[in-house]
Design a protein around this ligand. Structure first.
Ligand SMILES: NC(=O)C1=CN([C@@H]2O[C@H](COP(=O)(O)OP(=O)(O)OC[C@H]3O[C@@H](n4cnc5c(N)ncnc54)[C@H](O)[C@@H]3O)[C@@H](O)[C@H]2O)C=CC1
Ligand SMILES: O=C(O)[C@H]1O[C@H](OP(=O)(O)OP(=O)(O)OC[C@H]2O[C@@H](n3ccc(=O)[nH]c3=O)[C@H](O)[C@@H]2O)[C@H](O)[C@@H](O)[C@@H]1O
Length: 426
């Protein structure tokens, strides 16, 4: 099948790589010329395990090509996947301008029948609006069908998640479209959840909201555990054995970040308010997450009353391990907060180097802690657990270790001379 994937970000590149690997002919198109030039030269602009290899394999056998010409790519392909970004505007309202721009391009270049498959996460009602927009722009309604096909991949395991999803959600207006989508995903073995356009959009928003709720729940429990000297990991393990609760997404820490949970919870809040509903639980989930950094900073301030002038090393910059994405990273929010206290910041991350004059980024983990007063673990990269703690401590001036992800065994670092600070772990 001939497929055009619009957007060469995390979702677009993974979609293009996987669909071309399934044997389809895929053109991945993006308005970012720099990004497409890199891809044409075999350089994959994001860090995602297995993605580069899959892209190189399928560009060499001509199953996958890259382009900046959106309109030509739309005109040449019957299947159009929309994977452009849907960020939050400053006030929390989803910014759909990138999706609208693609719809404009489709409206001005469509001459033959297209199936438009929307993978971008959009608020309920958007796909119905897209149908109306195209008709209002003069497109003959027999020339297109829309499929809402939200994506559930996680960064860091995007290729695997797309090849082995727990479900494929499709929202359609006509049942005959189901078989066509099943042909596209031919070898991917997963149950299909079929609903209407808005139902598919709601499944995506509800999934992210529920996952974020689990995180804020355990972070709130961690605050209480802290007050009672209880290890929150024991509590998470204890409740997680109940199959009605489940063990995943109960890792307490500095809170959730990334390009999706924060903006999708804001988007859901906006969608509810638009219908005069007050989503109290979703608002509380966001409030717990926003104040989670304060819990850690307060802990630090209790241990070190004056932070001013102190050198602090932060390990981990990406919003979670396995990715170079720093969008809405809790680590970056923490660093910004600490800079306000007049500290100086050193950082080490296995894949991210920040370009900010006020922050010193190191490529060697031991160099990064030299003369530091405090070490903070902000992202749970596995290598942080494999360091020689005595060596780390010897390089430092102070002995405070703030574990923002509860990944360190307190006894191990205490034996190396550290004063360990966690939340819900002692
Ligand atoms: N990042 C993730 O892990 C996941 C993201 N999603 C959703 O998928 C969508 C895309 O997310 P990401 O891939 O992270 O976004 P991204 O920001 O990494 O990439 C979006 C790409 O679209 C391109 N673009 C923007 N306007 C365009 C236009 N008019 N024509 C062609 N290209 C255009 C941009 O240049 C950019 O390269 C969002 O709605 C997001 O919520 C869903 C599941 C997972
Ligand atoms: O819509 C999206 O973009 C995607 O959002 C998340 O995926 P992702 O943002 O890549 O990352 P997650 O692994 O879900 O982690 C999100 C954040 O929650 C934090 N987290 C996660 C789990 C946990 O137990 N505790 C916790 O603090 C992580 O550190 C990270 O900051 C969802 O897991 C995907 O299913 C979804 O497709």
């Amino acid at each position: 099948m001939n497929i055009c994937v619009i957007g060469a970000g995390y979702v677009g590149l993974t979609t293009a790589a996987v669909l071309s690997d399934l044997g389809h002919h895929v053109t991945c198109v993006d308005i970012n010329h720099n990004r497409i030039d890199m891809l044409k030269n075999g350089v994959v602009p994001i860090f995602e395990p297995g993605l580069k290899e899959m892209i190189i394999k399928n560009t060499s056998n001509n199953h996958l090509t890259f382009s900046t010409d959106v309109k030509v790519s739309i005109a040449e392909n019957p299947f159009i996947f929309i994977t452009v970004g849907t960020p939050s505007s400053g006030d929390g309202i989803p910014n759909l301008s990138f999706v609208h721009s693609v719809i404009d391009d489709i409206a001005t270049s469509i001459t033959s029948y297209k199936i438009i498959i929307v993978k971008s996460t959009v608020p309920p009602g958007t796909n119905e609006e897209i149908v109306n927009m195209l008709i209002e722009k003069g497109v003959d309604p027999t020339l297109f069908d829309i499929v809402s096909n939200p994506e559930f991949l996680r960064e860091g395991s995007a290729v695997k998640d797309m090849l082995e999803p727990d479900k494929i959600v499709i929202g359609v207006k006509k049942p005959e479209l189901i078989q066509l989508i099943q042909k596209i995903y031919k070898e991917i073995n997963a149950p299909y959840i079929v609903t209407n356009l808005t139902g598919a959009e709601m499944i995506k928003y509800a999934a992210n909201a529920f996952l974020a709720t689990k995180i804020s729940f355990i972070n709130e429990i961690a605050r209480v555990c802290d007050a009672y000297n209880v290890n929150v990991k024991d509590v998470a393990f204890g409740i997680g054995l109940d199959p009605r609760i489940g063990p995943l997404f109960l890792q307490a820490g500095m809170g959730y970040g990334g390009s999706c949970f924060p903006k999708d919870l804001q988007g859901l809040t906006y969608a509810a308010k638009k219908k005069n509903l007050n989503p109290e639980l979703i608002s509380s989930v966001q409030k717990v997450n926003e104040t989670q950094i304060d819990v850690y900073v307060n802990k630090l301030k209790t241990a070190v009353p004056s932070l001013e002038g102190k050198k602090i090393t932060v390990w981990g910059l990406s919003f979670k391990p396995g990715t170079d994405d720093i969008r809405h990273s809790a680590s970056i929010r923490l660093i910004e907060r600490l800079l306000e206290e007049g500290v100086s910041i050193n950082t080490y991350d296995p894949v991210v180097q920040l370009k900010k004059p006020e922050i010193k980024c190191y490529q060697n983990i031991y160099e990064s802690v030299k003369q530091s007063y405090i070490l903070i673990i902000a992202t749970e990269w596995a290598e942080f657990n494999q360091v020689n703690w005595k060596k780390v401590k010897n390089e430092m001036e102070g002995n405070i270790l703030l574990d923002g992800r509860n990944i360190i065994d307190p006894k191990t670092v205490q034996q190396a001379g550290f004063h360990y600070l966690g939340v819900g772990q002692h």
